[in-house]
Design a protein around this ligand. Structure first.
Ligand code: NZQ
Ligand code: ZN
Length: 401
């Protein structure tokens, strides 16, 4: 505990804006059509992924619900994980030519983020990429609605979108306070029963990482926000064990699904400075090596925690004690932190996640390129809990070997 801190380090003023209407539970996808109508849609573009929603029958149920509500629709399918700019351009062209007034994402983060890219790009005369590379601020966007199929990215409740520019493999995140928050998100935990264990695990790591980015902060006095974050982390890990024991455990799937939203709708960051260095480091990995975002984070998060604990172990030690159940026994904070990180890695391994680059399939990472691209895209230094220069991020990538 710090006895002295600067005035900047106490709980900050904040605005918490989470206006999405969440419609949660069994069979809720049957309400999609009436929800689109409620938010002013008369013709929707259904955006979906590589086929899981076709196979499960969800797409048919969504089409039926739109038909019943008298909402017309067109489709843009085949969005791939780590979605790319070409599909956003395609969607913008489709919307402009067909009188579509609502974007309906049926899928996970990749599908939702593509819909969000279209939503802001369509109302802008220039290149939509201007928003992602920070040249322009999004002021208006078309309405987006979501039928969520994988709890992970939290895009169903966030104002963010992440797109990869194919030319140069540049993966950038766009953050808006309100413009890109979905009008509604339909969340039926039963839709996640079909998730392969690997995708379930990736999602669990990602939602935990969204909490870490906000929890590891030097801002003092945010006990409520801390306890919300710690409670969510504890719930996610407990429920994860149940989901892996029985993938059709409705309550466990439901708790995981709701946690993914609360992890990333801004609640866990209220009143404090956030970090995000681990996400930026991971985005370079998934841009260059095409790995799943959650799996990449399972490698990045422990390495980052270990590195920052060398100079600033306090909050990592708090996480170790309050979330990972480490007994402090009057040991130095760094030692407590390391034990917590060890337990976190064991948890990740236990759910089938990699904890080193080799396990992620990246045998000979080009660390110089990763570091160069990272700081080119995100500046120098990055992060909040510990400010990281290229020398630091190089060390962190090396810790992942
Ligand atoms: O494409 P289909 O066939 O649908 O298969 C998907 C995909 O292969 C599959 N899947 C989804 N729901 C399923 C299912 N398979 C069986 N049953 C189901 N119910 O899962 C695979 C992964 O889908 P994807 O949408 O890529 O996953 P996720 O939600 O993890 O999204 C990852 C993307 O979101 C970005 C990531 O960087 C990545 O590009 N993020 C977006 C954020 C945001 N907008 O706020 C924040 C995050 O930090 C993250 O960066
Ligand atoms: Zn993430």
């Amino acid at each position: 505990m710090h006895l002295y801190f600067s005035i900047d380090n106490i709980m900050n003023n904040f605005t918490f804006w989470s206006p999405t209407k969440f419609v949660f539970g069994r069979d809720t996808e049957s309400r999609t059509g009436s929800l689109v109508k409620e938010f002013g849609g008369t013709k929707a573009l259904i955006v979906y992924g590589g086929g899981s929603v076709v196979k499960s029958g969800l797409l048919d149920r969504v089409r039926k619900s739109l038909d019943e509500a008298g909402v017309e629709w067109e489709e843009l399918g085949g969005i791939c994980p780590n979605p790319t700019d070409d599909r956003v351009y395609e969607g913008i062209g489709l919307v402009r030519n067909t009188g579509i007034d609502f974007l309906l994402a049926v899928g996970g983060g990749s599908v939702i983020d593509t819909a969000k890219g279209i939503a802001c790009g369509v109302l802008y005369d220039g290149d939509f990429w201007d928003f992602y590379c920070g040249k322009k601020v999004v002021e208006k966007a078309m309405p987006v609605g979501v039928v969520l199929t994988i709890p992970a990215a939290g895009s169903e409740g966030s104002g963010n979108s992440v797109i990869t520019k194919k030319d140069g493999l540049i993966k950038l995140s766009l953050r808006t306070e309100s413009a890109l928050r979905p009008r509604f998100s339909v969340m039926n935990p039963e839709l996640t029963f079909t998730l392969p264990p690997y995708q379930t695990a990736c999602g669990i790591v990602d939602m935990m990482a969204h909490i870490f980015e906000r929890y590891f902060s030097n801002t003092e006095g945010c006990e409520t926000t801390d306890r919300v974050a710690e409670g969510l982390l504890t719930a996610i890990m407990n429920e994860a064990h149940k989901v892996f024991a029985d993938p059709r455990d409705y309550e466990a799937r439901a708790n995981i699904m709701w946690s993914s939203t609360l992890a990333h709708n801004g609640l866990c960051g209220t009143g404090r400075e956030e970090d995000w260095a681990s996400h930026f480091m991971e985005h370079e990995l998934s841009a260059i090596y095409g790995v799943a975002h959650g799996a990449g984070l399972a490698v990045v998060n422990p390495a980052w925690m270990s590195y920052v604990s060398r100079t600033n172990p306090a909050k990592v030690a708090q996480f170790a004690v309050r979330v990972m159940g480490v007994i402090p026994e009057y040991r130095p904070e760094r030692e407590i932190a390391e034990e917590g990180i060890k337990r976190l890695k064991e948890f990740y391994r236990g759910i089938g996640m990699p904890v080193a680059l080799g396990e992620l399939g990246i045998e000979n990472p080009d660390i110089a390129r990763l570091v160069e691209k990272l700081h080119e895209h995100k500046g120098n230094p990055i992060g909040g809990y510990v400010k990281l220069t290229p020398a630091d991020t190089e060390e962190i990538y090396k810790l992942m070997l």
